[in-house]
Design a protein around this ligand. Structure first.
Ligand code: AMP
Ligand code: MG
Length: 515
């Protein structure tokens, strides 16, 4: 049982901005749509006020993209909104209902237990985005939880989600982080914090499962129509729009997992409630980037069986898509047989689509612009050499980019591997393969460096940043890491320490979701 140590019940309820001090509030151009869906889709719930909110960071470019003035958001009135102490004008706070398979076991009711959707905005590009406060207090879905988030996981999600965005990977974003001035009890008392998270929506496979478990076909149809209008509007007028929705979600999921794998990202908790229908990375818990490459790498302390290991992610995403397809069965065909046949046909498209996406990305990473049939073997063999040589995933692809420009860098590449015979044999094949490429070595290397990051959020660096903030109240390392990770592909002076894999004593063996 987790408890909020400071008795927040003594605090007054949140202040509504449309009745008090409205002129002081930073305008957030709310335009809510999910809150207009039927009542059984969510619970209306106010954030619980916190003791003494203090701003850690505002993501200024993202705020502007959302049509919010970052300066106004940083005022005490703005920070009060980010902490859930004030309800901004136009906000209609709700906790969304969802179910989900957690580590393969179905839980018919999960829902937002510690996150509250304060509303939606249509951004400057015309895209509707959710603003969520994660850690904003208890909701009807909190079960035994305290509805709160600790500072460490909030900083971790801020760093990793923003790094993912900079790497060009679909993801939820971090708009702001605040400390609450209160404490949350986990294994020990920890400072509380709230993350303002932005997503293109928070609809999950588990949202569909919630209604499927209740045999609520009307709700499934309503949710599917809403999802199509919001995320796949080109399908709106198709007579077979639900089948196409299934295909579109499957395609985006395959592309997403391929992108994760290209940068060595391990989500850690690919439960169906953490699987976004929009194809974004969502719910950063015990996620991690691999340092040394090995396909069976697992960091998450709660993933004891290795269900969500690095190389298992494509299979798990496929499994999650089958669960999604099941929820759509009542609206996929006139008869059950027809619906099942349709679902199976759409699901069967996943493996080849994923294979095409993963191969295309790896081909680009090793400097191949036009793929040939045996490139799959070339790629697979490189990964095997890397695994056997215990090489650092990120540094290896980056050094390969350098050596594509000038073989004088071979030595630097070799130094990353425990033995170099297998690497040398592979390099020879790779050079033979590239001999017919009309591009200059320099152009090839430039293209490779644009897809092979020089820095990623490494676990030991994240841990150091969290330690400085949690035990020393020093947020400077956090700000620096976020700033530098916004340019992951540019090598430049001043980031040498961030390129480094952990020293043996710095290796992080397990990551925790901290809930
Ligand atoms: P997660 O593992 O973060 O995806 O969360 C799984 C479920 O547990 C979701 O329904 C969360 O809302 C809920 N949950 C996680 N942490 C807490 C907490 N501290 N208080 C209440 N609910 C929580
Ligand atoms: Mg979750």
């Amino acid at each position: 049982m987790v408890l909020e140590l400071i008795g927040l019940e003594v605090l007054p309820p949140p202040v509504h901005m449309n009745t008090m001090d409205a002129n002081l509030a930073p305008p957030i151009p709310f335009d809510n749509s999910y809150a207009r869906l039927p009542e059984r889709f969510f619970a209306r719930v106010q954030p619980t006020a916190v003791a003494a909110p203090k701003l850690i960071r505002i993501n200024e470019p993202l705020a502007r993209e959302l049509g919010i003035d970052p300066q106004a958001l940083a005022t005490p009135e703005g920070v009060a909104i980010l902490a859930g102490n004030r309800i901004a004008e136009g906000s209609d706070p709700i906790a969304m209902a969802y179910a989900g398979h957690q580590f393969g076991n179905f839980v018919p009711q999960l829902g937002d237990g510690r996150a509250i959707l304060i509303g939606e905005v249509v951004d400057t590009k015309g895209i509707r985005r959710d603003i969520h406060l994660k850690g904003a207090g208890r909701t009807p879905y909190s079960r035994m939880g305290d509805g709160r988030a600790a500072l460490g996981p909030v900083l971790r999600e801020y760093i990793v989600s923003e790094a993912m965005a900079a790497l060009g990977i679909p993801t939820t974003r971090a708009l702001a982080a605040v400390t609450t001035g209160g404490w949350v009890l986990r294994e020990e008392p920890l400072p509380g914090a709230i993350l303002a998270r932005v997503a293109s929506s928070h609809i999950r496979v588990g949202t569909f499962q919630f209604f499927a478990a209740r045999k609520d076909t009307d709700a499934i149809r309503t949710l599917a129509d809403y999802t199509i209008a919001r995320h796949y509007p080109h399908l709106n007028d198709r007579p077979d729009k639900y089948r196409e929705l299934l295909s579109a979600v499957i395609a985006r999921q395959g592309e997403l997992i391929a992108k994760w794998m290209h940068v060595g990202f391990i989500h850690g908790v690919m439960n169906t409630d953490n699987c976004s229908i929009a194809g974004e990375t969502i719910d950063f818990g015990p996620c991690a980037f691999m340092d040394t490459y090995h396909p069976s790498t697992v960091f998450s302390s709660i993933d004891r069986g290795g269900r969500y290991a690095f190389a298992s992610q494509p299979v798990i995403a496929n499994w999650n898509m089958v669960r999604f397809a099941e929820t759509l069965l009542p609206i996929l065909g006139d008869t059950q047989e027809e619906a099942i046949a349709t679902a199976q046909e759409r699901i069967d498209a996943y493996p080849p689509q994923f294979q095409a996406a993963i191969t295309a990305g790896y081909a680009a990473k090793i400097g191949i612009a036009r793929q040939a049939a045996d490139d799959t073997a070339l790629i697979q063999d490189f990964l095997t050499v890397m695994a056997n040589g215990a090489a650092d995933y990120t540094l290896t692809f980056r050094a390969l980019s350098d050596t594509a420009e000038d073989p004088a860098h071979d030595a630097k590449l070799r130094a990353l591997f425990t033995g170099s015979d297998a690497l040398d044999a592979w390099l020879q094949r790779w050079r033979d393969r590239r001999a017919s490429d009309p591009r200059t070595p320099r152009d090839i290397a430039t293209a490779m460096r644009a897809v092979n990051p020089v820095i990623i959020p490494r676990n030991h660096q994240i841990e150091a940043v969290i330690k400085a903030a949690v035990s020393g109240g020093d947020f400077a390392p956090f700000h620096r890491l976020v700033d530098e990770l916004s340019k992951p592909f540019d090598d430049r002076p001043g980031i040498d320490d961030l390129k480094q894999p952990p020293k043996p004593e710095e290796v992080v063996h397990a990551t925790f979701c901290g809930t």
